[in-house]
Design a protein around this ligand. Sequence first.
Ligand code: 3PG
Ligand code: MG
Length: 403
Amino acid sequence: MSILVKIADLDLSNKTVLIREDYNVPIKNHEIVDDTRITATLPTIKQVLDEGAKVILVSHLGRPEAGKYDEAFSLAPVAKSLSTKLGIEVPIIKNWVDGIEMSNYQVVLCENVRFEEGEVNNNEELSRKMAQLCQIYINDAFATAHRAQASTHGVAKYASVSAAGPLLISELKALTKALRNPEKPIVAIIGGAKVSTKLTILETLLEKVDTLILGGGIVNTFLKATGYEIGKSLHESNLLDISKKLIEKAKKSNCDIFLPEDVITGDSFDENTVAKTKLASDIEKDDIIMDIGPNTAKQLNEVIKKAKTILWNGPLGVFEFEQFSEGTKNLAQAIASSSAYSVAGGGDTIAAISKFKVEKSISYISTGGGAFLEFVEGKKLPAVAILEEAARVWVAMEKGREL
Ligand code: 3PG
Ligand code: MG
């Protein structure tokens, strides 16, 4: 890995430290549905606090309209959760951009950074203001590292010192290990609603992996592209040609695209709809495909058993509904029992992993969704690139001081 300034390189005592976190967590009726991303940030916060710093936490939540407060996107539930988990009061600060009154050993959480005009477009003035809030900026938000925004990119240019947090570093290390010289056979599982949002990752993976298992709306689009009737199943009709091209490309690269032989269908998309097992070739006009079938699950187990490296992003079916959860559950358990090096990432994937309680048997669970995919694609993450630049400047300055 290239050079990055780390916490261990710095003296944090009595310093004001701004940490960019990713608290973009699922919230329903003011309750946090999955707190994996919050828990993942605790070791860094504790470490920085223990060194006697004042800690300012910054994050986005969702995609609110900039320039105004909207309670639906407030980070207040996260502040509450942090207070409980850290055992100290973590207040949420609404107006923070122009300065925050703080004492040592205190932690505050700034309200959603995307309420600020200039965050999303990486505005220089906002970046400079954020830099002025602190003596040290730490980016620990791997899951947002694919965004060049004021709190993930601009601020790192103007802060006196910009460092990479331990969570960010461990994510980069684990993913590098999985991808640098992966042991073959490599199996990737890509589920989710849309081919369009995962087009580049699918293209990249076709060239790298031995088997590509598809799920969700993506597999429906591929089934339709190969000539199957898919009824009223979720799919993208404008991507059929592209899907066909991907299938051709896979053949040339000796990548096996795994499509289901049987599926579980329902009549309507709700949790009470009756589940029916059908051959993929027997789907009728009114059917909605919501999971893979038992034969497909068995075949999938065989593929997973032989794998030496597994990459997992996205569920296979509508696992939130009990009668359509077996496919994803079977996959989670197959990965858990495999001795392959397994890496999983993405919001729905993390939710499935915790629902089926296989956290401890996956080699590495990334907090990233989009960032995880862009890293796997081999893209340079802008938030990491700017920290590397800052590190070069820092090293040069430290050397200058020693002379
Ligand atoms: C994510 O959940 O993928 C990250 O928090 C980034 O969120 P965004 O896609 O709204 O930028
Ligand atoms: Mg996203």
